[in-house]
Design a binder for this molecule. Structure first.
Ligand code: NAD
Length: 300
């Protein structure tokens, strides 16, 4: 008789497969909307300068639009563009009948006032959900758009049947793009998926959190969004916990997350890889928001 081994490696949560599943659903919904309204959802992506990672992200977003039957327009501007020029472009896109959603790829060159630009986007076309109006709706628990990466994290948990209700969730990282909105979503009484994927007890840890390992190792679900390669080690993780790695970092030739995957997978119950974890979901939820924006334009 074979003995069970003392440690069992974690279940790998395949973000790529989950993203494809959701994209197939979106493609069907886009086809139905086109049939009903005669109008195809369109994403306008604005890219300022030539930051290499942004080129890749924007290309991925364009290809994803194509896969689900949406149109996209990439507007490339030189790094010398001024805040005023960019603001004028946003105003044009805000009133453009064809454009359902507007995305300004971050980071913007340092001389541009990024907050002013994000604030200029019509909240009904704000598919990144960064506009203060959308942030406010989210914090009140009645969101119109959900920010892409946080919603992607919740979709991974949902489609892997890992509920958050009643669980202790620790998020490391308090950015406006990932950590804060994710915390805001998880503490609500419900989510678009239902109450089982909300109602968590959330700890939002950050660079000033003392004794971080004690905080993280108390969590049933640990989410890392820090931007530090392989920062989360096995001893920071409770045995059997679910670990979601949002980080994307370049380590020499390799792309790695914020979690030391090789050691953590030996203690975790489930874990997302990098690449192939949260990343594909971010693009997918952007498509979902573009579909929502197109519906809003057509009267909901
Ligand atoms: P950010 O730099 O805006 O914020 C990082 C946060 O981590 C800060 O709040 C900081 O307090 C915290 N932090 C930094 N060092 C820490 C430490 N030693 N201990 C505890 N907390 C610490 O980053 P961001 O925009 O939220 O991105 C985080 C990571 O996620 C990056 O690697 C980024 O590339 C990645 N990211 C991935 C996706 C995706 O689609 N998968 C999307 C957005 C961001």
């Amino acid at each position: 008789m074979t003995q069970p081994s003392a440690t069992t490696a974690a279940r790998i949560l395949d973000g790529k497969a989950i993203a494809l599943e959701i994209q197939n659903e979106i493609r069907d919904e886009v086809a139905a909307l086109v049939e009903q309204t005669g109008k195809r959802p369109k994403l306008a992506a604005v890219l300022v300068g030539d930051y290499p990672a942004s080129q890749v992200y924007v290309r991925n977003k364009e290809m994803a639009c194509k896969r689900v039957g949406m149109t996209s327009e990439l507007i490339r501007l030189s790094a010398a563009t001024t805040t005023e020029e960019l603001e004028q472009l946003i105003e044009r896109l805000n009133t453009d009948e064809e454009t359902s959603g507007i995305l300004v790829q971050l980071p913007l060159p340092k001389h541009i006032d990024a907050q002013r630009i994000l604030d200029a986007i019509d909240w009904r076309k704000d598919v990144d959900a960064f506009h203060p109006y959308n942030v406010g709706l989210l914090s009140q628990g009645r969101p119109q758009f959900l920010p892409c990466t946080p919603y992607g994290v919740i979709q991974i948990l949902y489609r892997s049947q890992i509920k958050t209700a009643g669980k202790k969730v620790c998020i490391i990282g308090r950015s406006d793009i990932v950590g804060k909105p994710l915390a805001s979503m998880l503490v609500q009484r419900s989510s678009p998926i239902g109450p089982d994927w909300a109602n968590a007890t959330v700890t939002l840890a950050h660079s000033q959190t003392p004794n971080l390992a004690a905080v993280t190792s108390d969590a049933d679900i640990l989410i890392a969004a820090i931007g530090q390669p392989e920062f989360v080690k096995a001893e920071m993780v409770r045995p059997g916990a679910t670990v979601i790695d949002v980080g994307i970092n370049r380590l020499g030739e390799r792309l790695v997350g914020d979690v030391d995957f090789e050691s953590v997978k030996e203690v975790a119950g489930a874990i997302t890889p990098v690449p192939g974890g949260v990343g594909p979901l971010t693009v997918t939820m952007l498509l979902n928001n573009t579909l929502i924006a197109a519906r809003l334009k057509n009267g909901g």
